[in-house]
Each structure stands twice: as structure tokens, then as C-alpha cells.
Design a binder for this molecule. Structure first.
Ligand SMILES: Cc1cc2nc3c(=O)[nH]c(=O)nc-3n(C[C@H](O)[C@H](O)[C@H](O)COP(=O)(O)OP(=O)(O)OC[C@H]3O[C@@H](n4cnc5c(N)ncnc54)[C@H](O)[C@@H]3O)c2cc1C
Length: 382
């Protein structure tokens, strides 16, 4: 039985504990789906998660508005990731893709949210470009005024759900202001004329991913989210909510790796006794458990702090994401080692975790970027 004692920590309320239990049961019955065709799998997952109500926390409920509950987002991601990386991805993107609308959208823009929360529309977040990933201030895509509206021209790359999304939140340069100051955010429907898939991108843990071209995509003025020049602030506010949830997904992968390893060392006999009796094996298990608990403390501290009303959790979220993703990589690597040859066998759960975890240390701010953020926060506060 996996360790669930963390749910007794004071960060949580009973509703979080109930959610964790019910979702776990749902996952055991419904996951994984067939991953053979990732586009079809993601569509199926979004529809299934939506139908059974699990996507509701990903975006603002316009009938009953309130802040997004980051602990709910984190527990859901951790639980889904423990069962199936693609299910976690499908859930996470419904939040990241609509975060700008939940936080800054006009009422007509927020009409999309009832669809994304019900799993009837798929969303995407389009910030990165071929020459601006970590360096967001270097965004080159332009949005020029055209009568009442805007015309978007340029490219976005590494866009999760690229090609299958019904709506994209796209960041583009509207003004002459330098760097991050000249950016604005736009709501772009997936069927907008001039929006095309330049390339589908394949990665080690497959999911829908594309480079998108924007060839004179005309948008009405009502597509602008917030005010001109708000784009960087909007992107950073969205990441401030969702960054700790990346740590939560990493935690789910790490917890699964630990659970699988505990089972393996209990069952596998070496030199006439269970592997679990070897002290060096116990050392690995202890290190893994320690990293899992420490990551969980940082992730749920960040989530709790945000839920308690902190305007920003830049430092807490950066620490949670950095530590949880880097340590999950180490935990999973140990799990592979403890599984011997089986650990690198295609299709084995720890082999797939080994591939799943890697990108989390790169997207939504690479580990090195999180270190810069933490150092600035700590030195700035001194
Ligand atoms: C699987 C996957 C899904 C993604 N999904 C999305 C998405 O949905 N939407 C979206 O907009 N983007 C998405 N991205 C893009 C992702 O956010 C970028 O890949 C990331 O920001 C890094 O940018 P880059 O790839 O251009 O690398 P670069 O910016 O070239 O950085 C390369 C490396 O340099 C190092 N580095 C960067 N900055 C610093 C620094 N200040 N100090 C020291 N070292 C540094 C880091 O190690 C970094 O990994 C996704 C990426 C992947 C891999």
C-alpha cells in the first residue's frame, strides 16, 4: 500500500484528503488509456476527466468565481502522474492553457472556461519561440494593429497540445517597448485562418507537441487579454500558480518509482535472501523516501502559501519546482538501478518514468532558471 501519510500534514483540509482517495480509485479503474496514438489518447483523457468532473479545478468557475485552489491542482497532478504521465499532461494543460483567462480574461473570453472544465475544449499556452525559450524578453512574434483588431505574425514552438487545441493563449509583441515590456497576450481559436502546424515534434515521452506558424492571423480587438503590454505580467502570474504543480507531477512520478522499488526489493531474491535485506539497498530506499518527503514538503508549502492568499509565491514555487523535479530524476534513476535489466526494458513502468521526468526539468523554467529566481529572491530580501 503506497504511503499516504503526507495527507495528514496540516497543509490539507478534509476535502483534499477525500479528493486524493476518490481520484486514486478513479485512476485505478480508468488508467492508463491506450497511448498508441497520443493525439487520440489526449482527446480521450480530456473527455473522460471532464465527464467525471476532475477538470473543474483547472479553471475559474464563472458561476461561482474564486481563486484556483493550488493544493487541489497539486494533489490531482501528483495522483494522476503516479498512475499515468499522459493523464497528468492532459489535466495540466487544461489549467496552463486557460490560466490567463481565469486570472485576467474578460467575461466573453471566460465563456471558454465552462467548455475546458467539462473536457469539451482543449487548451494550449503558446509562449516559447525558436529563439526565445528561457529568454522570454526576446519574443519575436508580432501583433500589429489593423483597424480595430490585430494581425499576428511569427512562430511558436514546443507548444503542448499544438495541433489538437481548440484555443491557444498566445504571447506577442505589440509595442516598441523593449524586452518583456512590449508583450501582450491574445486568445486565438484553434481554427483561426493563418494558424498552421509547421512541424510536429517528437520527444522521449510522447505527447502532442508542435511548432506553430502564424501567417497574418487576424484577430478582433476583443482577443486581447488584459491590456496592451500586460503580456509578461500575465505569463508570470499564470506560471506563479502552475509552477508548483509541475513539482507535484514530479512528486507523483517519484512516489511511483519508490512504490515500485519497495515491491521489487521485497520480492526479488539475491544471494539467497530478499534484496531488501541488503544494507546498500536499504540505503537507496532511505534516500528515495527522504527526497520524496522533502519534495512533498516544498510542493505543498508553495501550494498552501498561495491558497492562503499570498499575492505571489515566486520563491516558494521556484524551490518546489527545482527540488521536486531534480530529486524525482534521482529517485527514478535509483529505481531503474534497483530493477536491474528490467529497469531499462522498454514498456517497464520505471523505464517510462525515466523518460517522463526529464522534460519537467526544462519546461516552465529550466532548473538553472529556477536557481537564478531563488537567488534573486533570497538576495533581494536580505
Ligand atoms: C516537452 C516540452 C513541452 C513544452 N511545452 C511548452 C508549452 O506548452 N508552451 C510553451 O510556451 N513552451 C513549452 N515548452 C518550451 C519550454 O518552456 C522551453 O523549452 C524552456 O523554456 C527552455 O527554452 P529552450 O528550449 O529555448 O532552451 P534555452 O532557453 O536555449 O535554454 C537551454 C538551457 O540553458 C540553461 N539556461 C537557461 N537560462 C539560464 C540562466 N539564466 N542561467 C544558466 N543557465 C540557463 C538551461 O539549462 C536551459 O535548459 C515545452 C518544452 C518541452 C521540452
Amino acid at each position: 500500500m503506497p504511503d499516504r501519510s503526507f495527507l495528514n500534514w496540516p497543509f490539507f483540509e478534509d476535502r483534499h484528503r477525500e479528493l486524493a482517495e476518490h481520484l486514486d480509485t478513479w485512476c485505478a479503474k480508468n488508467l492508463p488509456v491506450d497511448h498508441h496514438d497520443v493525439d487520440a489518447a489526449c482527446r480521450e483523457l480530456v473527455a473522460k476527466l471532464g465527464k467525471d468532473g476532475w477538470l473543474k479545478p483547472t479553471a475559474l468557475d464563472t458561476d461561482n468565481p474564486g481563486p484556483l485552489d493550488v493544493r487541489t491542482l497539486c494533489i490531482t497532478r501528483e495522483t494522476l502522474a503516479r498512475h499515468d504521465g499522459l493523464a497528468d499532461f492532459a489535466f495540466a494543460m487544461q489549467g496552463l492553457g486557460t490560466g490567463a483567462l481565469s486570472l485576467f480574461g474578460a467575461p466573453d473570453q471566460q465563456q471558454w472556461l465552462s467548455k475546458t472544465r467539462a473536457g469539451k475544449a482543449i487548451s494550449a499556452f503558446a509562449l516559447s519561440e525558436p529563439r526565445s525559450g528561457s529568454d522570454v524578453a526576446n519574443t519575436e512574434m508580432t501583433a500589429t494593429r489593423d483597424g480595430d483588431g490585430y494581425v499576428l505574425t511569427g512562430e511558436k514552438t514546443w507548444i503542448s497540445n499544438g495541433g489538437i487545441a481548440d484555443l491557444y493563449v498566445v504571447f506577442a509583441r505589440t509595442g516598441d517597448a523593449p524586452g518583456a515590456k512590449g508583450l501582450s497576450a491574445f486568445l486565438v481559436p484553434g481554427d483561426a485562418k493563418g494558424l498552421g502546424i509547421a512541424e510536429r515534434l517528437e520527444v522521449i515521452a510522447p505527447h502532442p507537441l508542435a511548432r506553430l506558424s502564424f501567417d497574418q492571423v487576424r484577430l478582433p480587438a476583443s482577443a486581447l487579454i488584459g491590456k496592451p503590454g500586460d503580456g509578461f505580467r500575465i505569463a508570470m502570474s499564470v506560471l506563479d500558480v502552475f509552477r508548483s504543480t509541475v513539482g507535484a507531477a514530479a512528486l507523483g512520478f517519484a512516489r511511483r518509482a519508490l512504490d515500485e522499488s519497495i515491491k521489487r526489493v521485497a520480492e526479488r531474491k539475491l544471494f539467497g535472501a530478499p534484496m531488501a535485506e541488503l544494507q546498500m539497498v536499504q540505503g537507496h530506499i532511505a534516500d528515495m523516501a527522504l527526497d520524496v518527503d522533502a519534495a512533498a514538503l516544498l510542493v505543498y508549502r508553495a501550494a498552501w502559501t498561495k491558497d492562503m492568499g499570498a499575492a505571489r509565491v515566486t520563491r516558494e514555487a521556484a524551490m518546489a519546482k527545482l527540488f521536486a523535479t531534480d530529486k524525482a530524476q534521482e529517485v527514478i534513476d535509483k529505481a531503474v538501478q534497483l530493477h536491474g535489466g528490467d529497469g531499462v526494458r522498454k514498456g517497464h513502468i520505471v523505464e517510462s518514468l525515466y523518460r517522463e521526468i526529464r522534460a519537467l526539468r526544462i519546461y516552465e523554467g529550466a532548473s538553472d532558471v529556477q536557481k537564478v529566481v531563488i537567488a534573486r529572491q533570497v538576495m533581494g530580501a536580505a
